[in-house]
Write a protein that binds this ligand. Structure first.
Ligand code: FAD
Ligand code: NAP
Length: 549
């Protein structure tokens, strides 16, 4: 530890933390970042499971702030692998000399606001304390992995892994019997590759996911050139994406299956609808969710696209009973995060892959030799892969003891669900900022684009504060209440409200059921943030430290 006081502290060294530190250093602030991992990368440092890759196109799942960075980095595939994204973030850290501002292998355990000094004091797990006027939580929406509390895991004699904390040296499953629990995006990416290596894979599925083919491919020079020719337009479209999958970011926007934002699915004859879905299915990626304007708000419209994907599952999977089990029937497509795969459904045609429907036959316990089902059957396994997800959106923040004004704990303030203004700040916690916090588009968008928007907005705020001698900022409770209501109203007008999803915290026992991300689209959200800033940060209280906020 070099010193005890900085202008700003940043927690996390993923896409958010790296860019935040870069921008703060540009302003000339002294900054220290903390990262629990041994290096930069965040999600892409931790999630090293086979098949891990982005499902937003690499060319837009990357920073836009530096033209030079863009020109010198060449993505090799349409959807980059985890090692390539990690290499990119390591390159960003090297290129902008960011590592020197981070302390790695250091988990922050507490953040306490010192009212007398108007500064945040962070305590690390090693016991070090550092203070700063500004504190930026770049701790990630999906950074606290969760292994469900299944009795008996401690007795298991084989190895077990969580996709979000995968061994750095990789895992060789050759000759092994593997039980894979969880069929969300991580499981759907990992299972086909594990099945190619292992002797036997048993997939334990509680809820079937809707998955669409990635149609991943190497990026040709021509593709990249066309992308670069249309760079500004593509970035503009991506910044104004409505919901995940609806962005239109193919290299030539004129060619790509365009989002028919104004067209309702139900206004078209069936044949035309099917053609539109088929085009997006063939194009690959999550774009199918954005085929028509009403898919995420009208259950009948959604049924048309869900039926289309259900039809594809039954075409691909040869055994009708397995196809039936793999087919989601009880929630709208896209209302749980849509998955993007390479050969997921076809993997169930392999002789060494078996599907267990946990809804019909739940897990009773884990034994020393495998997983025992309620029917009494035991799945013998040498290894168990938990692709069981994350304590999303609030998990990383509530893992830290965050204490604001008058001893107010963030955990207590959020006991009935997260409360923020714009997903950036919570009342009672002056100068503590969240990057892609709950109440912002975050996980419903291309997250890197949302990260850049948050960081840029926050840097403008810091500049404004410094130029005007303002020392503290926090939202009013009224502005926060209004925003929380708005976030809820928007979610309630969509189909996102229906299934048990991690967007609602439903995957964590005891977590309040509150829709956490902002579903109003990144374009309107961005406009709202800009308008609020232009109106002298309406809804925030700005003041000197001595002026009670
Ligand atoms: P993270 O990358 O999660 O980084 C947060 C960092 O903070 C972590 O390294 C963590 O160790 C650190 N940290 C947290 N708490 C503490 C603490 N108390 N002390 C010290 N350090 C701490 N999004 C997309 O838009 N498109 C995709 O294709 C996509 N694919 C994904 C694939 C996977 C497997 C996962 C899990 C997520 C994916 N996401 C995707 C979401 C992804 O998390 C974001 O895109 C983005 O990487 C988040 O960056 P971040 O810096 O905000 O958070
Ligand atoms: P997830 O979507 O939450 O999926 C977890 C899976 O585990 C679900 O199938 C869930 O079933 C199952 N599960 C949880 N607890 C269980 C239990 N006790 N018993 C049996 N099954 C259980 O987690 P994830 O797959 O890690 O993905 C999380 C998010 O990360 C994604 O939605 C996405 O945003 C991001 N991600 C993106 C990519 C990508 O393609 N780029 C890849 C990975 C992750 P239920 O549905 O029944 O709860």
């Amino acid at each position: 530890m070099q010193r005890e006081h900085y202008d700003a502290l940043v927690v996390g060294a993923g896409f958010s933390g790296l860019y935040m530190v870069y921008r703060l250093r540009q302003l000339g602030l002294s900054v220290l970042g903390f990262e629990a991992g041994a290096d930069v990368g965040g999600t892409w440092y931790w999630n090293r499971y086979p098949g891990a890759r982005c499902d937003a196109e690499s060319l837009v799942y990357s920073y836009s702030f530096s033209k030079e960075l863009r020109q010198e980095w060449r993505w090799s595939e349409r959807f980059a692998t985890q090692p390539e994204i990690l290499k990119y973030l390591q390159h960003v850290a090297d290129r902008f000399d960011l590592r020197q501002h981070f302390q790695f292998n250091t988990r922050v355990k507490a953040a306490v606001f010192d009212e007398a000094q108007s500064q945040w004091q962070l305590t690390t797990e090693q016991g070090a304390r550092v203070s700063a006027r500004f504190c930026f939580m770049a701790t990630g929406c999906l950074s606290i992995g969760r292994i469900p509390n299944i009795p008996g895991l401690e007795n298991f004699q084989g190895e077990h892994y969580h996709t979000g904390n995968w061994p750095h040296q990789g895992v060789d499953f050759t000759g092994q019997r593997v039980a894979a629990i969880g069929t969300g995006s991580s499981g759907i990416q990992a299972i086909p590759l594990i099945a190619q290596q292992a002797a036997q894979v048993t997939v334990l599925q509680r809820t079937p996911s809707f998955s669409v083919p990635a149609r991943n491919q190497p990026l040709s020079d021509d593709y990249i050139a066309r992308f670069n020719d249309n760079y500004d337009e593509i970035r503009h479209l991506a910044r104004r994406q409505e919901i995940i999958g609806s962005g239109d970011v193919a290299p030539d926007p004129a060619d790509s299956p365009r989002m028919s934002a104004q067209v309702a699915a139900l206004s078209l004859p069936d044949e035309q609808r099917q053609q539109a879905y088929e085009a997006r299915w063939n194009h690959g990626g999550a774009y199918i969710v954005g085929t028509f304007a009403d898919l995420m708000v009208d259950e009948n419209a959604n049924r048309t696209v869900a039926d289309f994907v259900r039809g594809k599952i039954s075409e691909i999977v040869k055994d009708p009973e397995t196809a039936r089990k793999l087919t989601p029937t009880d929630y709208p497509l896209g209302a749980k995060r849509i998955c993007v795969d390479t050969d997921y459904y076809a993997t169930f045609n392999r002789d060494n892959v078996t599907l267990v429907d946990l809804r019909a036959n739940a897990i009773e316990c884990i034994t020393s030799t495998g997983v025992k089902l309620q029917s009494g059957e035991e799945i013998h396994a040498d290894a168990i892969v938990f692709a069981t997800g994350f304590d999303a959106m609030t998990g990383a923040l509530s893992s830290i003891d965050i204490v604001g004004e008058q001893g107010l704990k963030l955990r207590d303030r959020w006991v009935a669900g997260p409360r923020t203004y714009l997903g950036l700040q919570s009342a009672g916690f002056p100068n503590l900022f969240m990057i892609t916090g709950p109440g912002s588009p975050s996980v419903l968008s291309n997250v890197v684009i949302s990260i850049e928007q948050h960081v840029d907005w926050l840097v403008d705020l810091v500049k404004h504060m410094r130029a005007n001698g303002i020392e503290q900022i926090q939202p009013t409770v009224a502005a926060e209440d209004e925003w929380v209501q708005h976030v809820n109203d928007i979610a309630n007008a969509t189909l996102f409200r229906l299934p048990n999803s991690w967007y609602l915290g439903a995957n964590i026992p005891g977590k309040p059921r509150v829709f956490m991300p902002y579903a109003g689209g990144t374009g309107p959200y961005r406009d709202t943030c800009d308008k609020i800033a232009a109106e002298n940060y309406r809804g925030f209280v700005l003041g000197r430290a001595s002026t009670p906020a």
